[in-house]
Design a protein around this ligand. Structure first.
Ligand code: BTN
Length: 270
């Protein structure tokens, strides 16, 4: 399966009205991991806007040290972004990218949502995921890479969904080519990160919450039942404790860090 670079460039040029596109593209057939290759390119001097795309990966990295199955037919890309954030806020890069991609795909008519913290979901199944990696010096992020995997026409596990099968089930193609999906994802990451940088987390967070599919769900954390009411600026899940005490007026809130609990899906990655 060949990746058509010209089609990607044309699709990006259409978005940027034929001006220079703000990405430097590096396209490969098989890589271990696009994140890994991008870090090597950064060491060689590549700057924000540098993008690595692979048609498949042999050691794709998922969240929490998992593997990301990366057979041909999926979208695998990584982008260097500019970040002035403190390390304690690094999760904001994932929230921003997830929101940006979701908003961009929704513009194409695909009703994607976000499952906290970093999953792109469609019809309740996992369409893709985001892995942000950073380098930190004295509590400050110095370099950041956003990695995105999206199921296009690759095989997926039971809990996953691929976009081509979903489009076929609707008898309508909103996105016709992997290269067009790629352009939408790149534009989405860029716009999400710009929203965070220019307008700030106070603007980004309500937008993220607006497309979060988990609001109102009930989950147990350490045997405490809570209702999901939001996400903190650091990316933690906010839960309002549910009590069966009829006299309780104010119920406490607890927050849970990403990676501490799973809101669904099996352990298999995509
Ligand atoms: C997740 O676990 O949900 C995040 C998965 C992120 C996978 C992508 S595929 C492209 C990039 N390169 C990697 O090695 N991982 C990310």
């Amino acid at each position: 399966m060949e990746f058509n670079q010209q089609l990607l460039v044309d699709s990006l040029k259409a978005e940027y009205q034929q001006q220079d596109i703000p990405f430097s593209l590096h396209i490969f057939s098989t890589l271990s991991s696009t994140n890994q290759t991008l870090w090597q390119l950064i060491d060689q001097g590549e700057k924000p806007g540098c993008v690595v795309i692979a048609t498949q990966q042999t050691a794709g990295r998922g969240q929490w040290g998992r593997q990301w199955q990366s057979l041909a037919g999926g979208l695998y890309l990584s982008m260097v972004i500019d970040s002035q954030l403190k390390a304690i806020n690094s999760y904001q890069l994932t929230l921003a990218s997830a929101w940006g991609i979701t908003a961009q795909l929704r513009k194409s008519g695909i009703p994607v949502g976000i499952k906290w913290p970093n999953d792109l979901v469609l019809d309740g199944r996992k369409l893709g995921g985001i892995l942000t990696e950073t380098k930190v010096n004295q509590g400050q992020i110095t370099q950041a890479v956003i990695g995105v995997g999206i199921n296009w026409e690759n095989q997926v596990p039971e809990t996953g969904i691929n976009l081509q099968l979903w489009q076929n089930s609707r008898n309508y193609q909103m996105i016709h080519h992997l290269e067009v999906l790629t352009s939408q994802v790149l534009i989405g990451i860029k716009s999400g990160i710009e929203c965070l940088q220019v307008e700030g987390i106070n603007t980004l967070l309500p937008r993220y919450l607006n497309v979060l599919v988990n609001i109102g769900d009930q989950v147990y954390v350490n045997n405490i039942l809570g209702k999901i009411v939001g996400v903190t600026q650091e990316g933690n899940l906010r839960l309002q404790v549910i009590t069966d005490d009829p006299k309780a007026i104010l119920t406490p809130e607890i927050s849970v860090q990403p990676g501490t609990i799973s809101l669904g899906y099996s352990q298999t990655g995509n």
